[in-house]
Each structure stands twice: as structure tokens, then as C-alpha cells.
Write a protein that binds this ligand. Structure first.
Ligand code: SDX
Length: 431
């Protein structure tokens, strides 16, 4: 309840005539303050109901700031446009996790630590080789990240700063390796070990594309485009997969298991799986002159325009703008994707159509990213994996914040019970 005369909500419960003053802090009321309003019959306190958390703040966080109406995204206060222009993914990962941009020495040490932990235990290769050749790489990544926890039993010591840091570094270092191993498994090709002479994105390209050459030389334009994509996908406030990492991590499980939960949530087509769904949608449309019919089908409710819409952004996703520009850089090397004109036509028609305007549906991060991944030669099923690699730093930053937050405890929401009560067991011959 509100103690002082600060901003508050004065409410009267018509069931009991009771009144209460609910303190308003940071634009929110505390749900537990509602408990003081009792149901006169049952005596139980009032509870808030918010399926899918449409209007619920689950934590305080200083990691990422979003303004959905204005289309603003900032990591630790730095606008995403500036980071995409001037930074690198590894520097952004340091920023998200440590809360500030690194000094030259800090960046050099961080880069050395991440670069020298890129190898995984040989048994993880055998683990991945146990999958069918056509296993979805997100399923393989989900399983192998979880399996990593069994190789580092001390990772459960989540309050030991040194132990915790070693696993933070390992997660960021090993995600590209596991992702590339999954890709090579799908292709029936030998796995390529990390090349620690290369940059973070360059090493990933090497582990994916190296064939018989002694040393893979990434094209610097593709290396930079991938680094920008990694920056843009690094964190995004309390999205579905981050909420999963926080909820699972709140049981004080190790960070590998918590991140595996994030991979699982990201896998879904409404979340990180949307970039794969966008490419399949563009291929299904097939040509620019069939876009109008497709849009009619979406408006009729037959399906969703994948890569459009967002729970928070009710404006153009700032990341989509940057990715659209990055497409040009990549197409300079690879040639323009034939699907680009279909995507551009879809965006043009949708942004002029009241169905999308009235619902504030704009292109999100997933709408154009797949065109880049496809031009890099990635199969569509690898697109969500390309999302999971950089989002690992955001998941870790949010997990660390949750572990150290004195207000947090094990996540355990309540429910409105709608089932039957107090039934008597009937023997099977009496049913
Ligand atoms: C990501 O949360 C994050 O930050 C996520 C993310 C991150 O970085 O972590 O940004 C990454 O997941 C981006 C979103 C990728 N998903 C897609 O592109 C899938 C297609 N988009 C949607 O399914 C949808 O827009 C969501 C899931 C993104 C958001 O869904 P909401 O907020 O729950 O909105 P909703 O489903 O309640 O839709 C509101 C209305 C509905 O119409 P009505 O029932 O009112 O008539 O808008 C319609 C929906 O039918 N709608 C769409 C649509 N998205 C919403 N109609 C057509 N096409 C769409 N894409």
C-alpha cells in the first residue's frame, strides 16, 4: 500500500467497499499491493491477471531500452544506430555484460578470452553426430548448449564471480562453434575447427564454409555485414526468449541450462524462427506480381505476414532499417537476391494498407535478415541459429542482472483455476 503522499492510485473495491491507495513507482503499481483488497466471501486478496504479460513489468533492468512508439533501441544507453555504425559484436557483448564500453586493454583481454575458448570437448562432436542428417539445427543447438552444462559441473556456482565469468566467456565463445558443427552435420561435411587468427564473425564463416583450403579467408565485406547483424540481434529487453532465460535461471540452475531455455523459446516461428518463416513465405509467393493476392490472404486471416508486427514496436523496427541497408553491402558481393523485390513489394503494399496501418504492423528485425543469410549461402533452417549466436550475450547480460537482483526470487506465477473440484475417484469398471 502507498505510505506517503507520492503518486498513487486510489481504488475502492465494490465487493467490500474497502478503499486502498496503491503507490505508483516508475509508472507501475506493485501487484502484491493488490493483496490488501480482500474478497469478503473467500477472504483471498486481489490478484492481477495478464496472460502473455501484455502489460506486466517482470523486472527492473538497465541493459536495453526500447521505445516502441518512437522505434528507439539502445544498449546500455547507446543508440543501436551508433553501435551498428562504429562498434563490433564482441565490443557490444562486453558492453551488454559489463555495462560500459571497454577500454582498449579491456577489449583486448575480452577478445583474447573469447577467442581462446572457441573449442568444444570432442565428445560434443560425437553428441551432434548422433542426430539424423536432416535434424533441424536449432534442435541440435538447443540440445548441445544444454549438454555443455554436463561438461562444466561447477557452472552451478552462479554466485562465484570467477567461476561465473569463465562460463559467460565459454557460452559466447562456443555458440558459433556448436552452430557451425550443426550446419556441417546437416551437410554431411567434416566439422571445421575454430581458427583463432580470425575475428568472431570471420571464424564463424570459416567453420561454416571452409572446404579444402589450408586457411579460409573471409570476404571483409561479408565479415562486417555479419558483425553488424550480430550487433543488431544481441539483446532486446524482455522478449520471449530472454524471459525464458530469466525464469529458468531464477531456479538458480547453471547458465548453460538457462541459455538452452532461451534457444528453445527463440526457435518458435513467432520469435526467432520468424526469419526462417519469412524466407519460406517469400519463396512461396514466388514473384512480385503475386504479392497482392498474398496480402489479401493475410487480411482474410489465412496466415500472417511473417517478419511484420511486434509486441513493443508500433513503428518501424530500427534494426530492420539498418539490416535493409546492410543488404546492399552483401548484395555487392553476392549479387542481389531474387527475393528482394518480393520483400520490397510486400513492404510497400503493407505499409499503404489500412489492415496493417490500423494494427501498427511494420517490418521487424526478421523481415530482411533472411535475405542476407540466404545470400551468404545459409539454408533457411540456419536463420534462427544465426539469431541465437549473438542473442547469447543479451541472454547472459539479463541472466547476470537477474541473479544479482535482490528483488528477484524463483519465478512462480499464479493462475485463475477453471477446472473441476473435489471429485471422487471412480474405479475403472464403474466408468
Ligand atoms: C522477434 O519481443 C521481441 O522483442 C522479439 C524480437 C527480439 O529481438 O527478441 O524483436 C524478435 O521475435 C520479432 C517478431 C518476429 N515474429 C514475426 O515476425 C511473426 C509475425 N508477427 C506476429 O506473429 C506478431 O506480430 C508478433 C508475435 C510479433 C506480436 O504479436 P502480438 O503482440 O501478440 O500481437 P497479436 O498477435 O495480438 O496481433 C495483434 C493483431 C491481430 O489482429 P486482430 O486479432 O486484432 O484482428 O495484429 C495481427 C493479429 O492477427 N497481426 C498480424 C501480424 N502480427 C499481428 N497480422 C498479419 N501479419 C502479422 N505478422
Amino acid at each position: 500500500m502507498s505510505e506517503g503522499s507520492g503518486p498513487h492510485l486510489s481504488v475502492t473495491d465494490s465487493r467490500s467497499g474497502e478503499t486502498a491507495e496503491l503507490a505508483i513507482t516508475d509508472g507501475t503499481i506493485r501487484a502484491t499491493d493488490l493483496l490488501g483488497l480482500k474478497d469478503p466471501e473467500s477472504g483471498s486478496g486481489l490478484r492481477s491477471y495478464d496472460p502473455a504479460f501484455m502489460n506486466t513489468a517482470a523486472c527492473r533492468s538497465a541493459v536495453t531500452y526500447l521505445d516502441g512508439e518512437a522505434g528507439v533501441l539502445q544498449y546500455r544507453g547507446y543508440p543501436i544506430e551508433q553501435l551498428a555504425e562504429h562498434s563490433t559484436y564482441l565490443e557490444v557483448a562486453y558492453l551488454l555484460i559489463h555495462g560500459e564500453l571497454p577500454t582498449p586493454d579491456q577489449l583486448s583481454n575480452w577478445t583474447h578470452e573469447v577467442t581462446t575458448h572457441t573449442f568444444v570437448h570432442e565428445n560434443l562432436k560425437s553428441f551432434i553426430q548422433g542426430f539424423r542428417y536432416d535434424a533441424h539445427p536449432m534442435g541440435m543447438l538447443l540440445a548441445s548448449v544444454g549438454a555443455l552444462s554436463t561438461f562444466y559441473p561447477d557452472a552451478i556456482e552462479i554466485h562465484d564471480q570467477e567461476i561465473r565469468r569463465s562460463h559467460v566467456v565459454r557460452l559466447i565463445s562456443k555458440m558459433p562453434t556448436l552452430a557451425a558443427f550443426a550446419y556441417r552435420h546437416n551437410r554431411g561435411m567434416p566439422y571445421v575447427y575454430p581458427d583463432n587468427d580470425l575475428s568472431y564473425p570471420g571464424n564463424f564463416l570459416s567453420m561454416v564454409y571452409k572446404i579444402a583450403e589450408l586457411k579460409y579467408q573471409p570476404d571483409p565485406r561479408l565479415e562486417r555485414a555479419l558483425d553488424v547483424l550480430f550487433i543488431l540481434h544481441a539483446d532486446h529487453e524482455q522478449n520471449c526468449s530472454t524471459s525464458a532465460v530469466r525464469a529458468v535461471g531464477s531456479s538458480q540452475v547453471d547458465p548453460y541450462s538457462a541459455v538452452a531455455a532461451g534457444v528453445a523459446a527463440l526457435y518458435g516461428p513467432l520469435h526467432g524462427g520468424a526469419n526462417e518463416a519469412v524466407l519460406r513465405m517469400l519463396r512461396r509467393i514466388g514473384s512480385k506480381d503475386r504479392v497482392a493476392d498474398f496480402i489479401d490472404g493475410v487480411k482474410a486471416g489465412n496466415e500472417r505476414l511473417m517478419g511484420f508486427g511486434h509486441r513493443v514496436y508500433k513503428n518501424y523496427d530500427p534494426r530492420a532499417k539498418i539490416i535493409k541497408k546492410a543488404c546492399d553491402d552483401v548484395f555487392e558481393v553476392t549479387g542481389v537476391s531474387p527475393l528482394l523485390e518480393i520483400a520490397v513489394e510486400l513492404e510497400k503494399i503493407a505499409l499503404e494498407d489500412d489492415y496493417f496501418i490500423s494494427r501498427k504492423l511494420y517490418p521487424n528485425v526478421d523481415f530482411y535478415s533472411g535475405l542476407i543469410y540466404e545470400s551468404l549461402g545459409m539454408p533457411a533452417e540456419m536463420f534462427p541459429v544465426m539469431f541465437a549466436i549473438p542473442r547469447t550475450s543479451g541472454w547472459i547480460a539479463q541472466w547476470l542482472e537477474m541473479v544479482d537482483d535482490p528483488e528477484q526470487k524463483i519465478a512462480r506465477p499464479r493462475q485463475i483455476y477453471t477446472g473441476q473440484r473435489d471429485l471422487n475417484y471412480a474405479p475403472i469398471d464403474a466408468r
